[in-house]
Design a protein around this ligand. Structure first.
Ligand SMILES: [Zn+2]
Length: 64
């Protein structure tokens, strides 16, 4: 029943800030571990992870 969700799939890059689910094609956000629409487990490439880290640092700086 959960077999499908145990396989991770690499997020598809749509543009600089957007990624979509490789299974259902809907928008997903870094750093979601799975697609909220279909439950597909998502794997992020290094570029996406770095970008998320940058954004998180900027947000933290902005708040404080
Ligand atoms: Zn999906």
């Amino acid at each position: 029943m959960t077999a499908r969700y145990e396989t991770t799939a690499l997020a598809i890059k749509k543009d600089d800030f957007g990624y979509c689910c490789p299974t259902c094609g809907r928008w997903i956000r870094v750093p979601d571990s799975w697609c909220h629409w279909c439950g597909q487990r998502i794997e992020w490439d290094a570029i996406a992870r770095d970008r998320y880290k940058e954004e998180r640092n900027q947000r933290r700086t902005h708040r404080q």
